[in-house]
Ligand binder design. Sequence first.
Ligand code: AMP
Length: 214
Amino acid sequence: MTMQSAAPRAKRILMIGAPGAGKGTQAQLIAQQFGVTHIASGDLLRKNIAEGTTIGRTVEQLVNKGELVPDSIIMDMLRKPVLAANAAGGYVLDGFPRTVEQAEAAYRTAGSLGVGVQIAIHLDVPEDELTRRMLARARGADDTVDVIKHRIKVYEEKTRPLLEYYQQRELLIQVNGARPVGEVTWSIVVQLQRAFKQRPAAARTAAAPDRAVA
Ligand code: AMP
């Protein structure tokens, strides 16, 4: 079986949420629930930084300042894991796309590869709660108050427009992410199950690349 022949059945989910919204936690739980791979662009970047790879050295300053890293680096870094996950049944993408430009680039690649994202989930959390959570989990250089504020600003300016992008193109699931973890997961699972049942056609991307959405 080739990668592309597995694609039509693959479940492709992406999480959109501000820093501190709980994307990583929920993405991991959702991936487990649906038996697909969790792919987190931020985790992959931090791994590269920790290992001192060429990518890691290039992006370290940007990540520490809460700036986005260049699209080309992200696309190159994600290409292999996304294809492998697609062949293995699907993925939950966490942290990508981060901008409309990235979504459009992914859409073009998806069209030619038969790989796309079919359902976007928005984890909605008010800003004061985001700041509180981020300070509570302070991870290191990228978690000072100024950097946290900057990361939220970058989200508002660059990432929030993605919500409209997905609402217009495919399915966007809205979730109140300010509730306890288990309740949020439950709400996502219920809505995803409903969506997969109602929209089996959304899974046909390899055969119909025009429907491949990322
Ligand atoms: P995260 O763990 O998703 O919050 O990502 C941590 C940092 O990695 C972000 O603040 C950015 O500097 C960088 N990053 C992660 N994903 C992307 C992406 N898709 N595009 C650009 N930069 C990213």
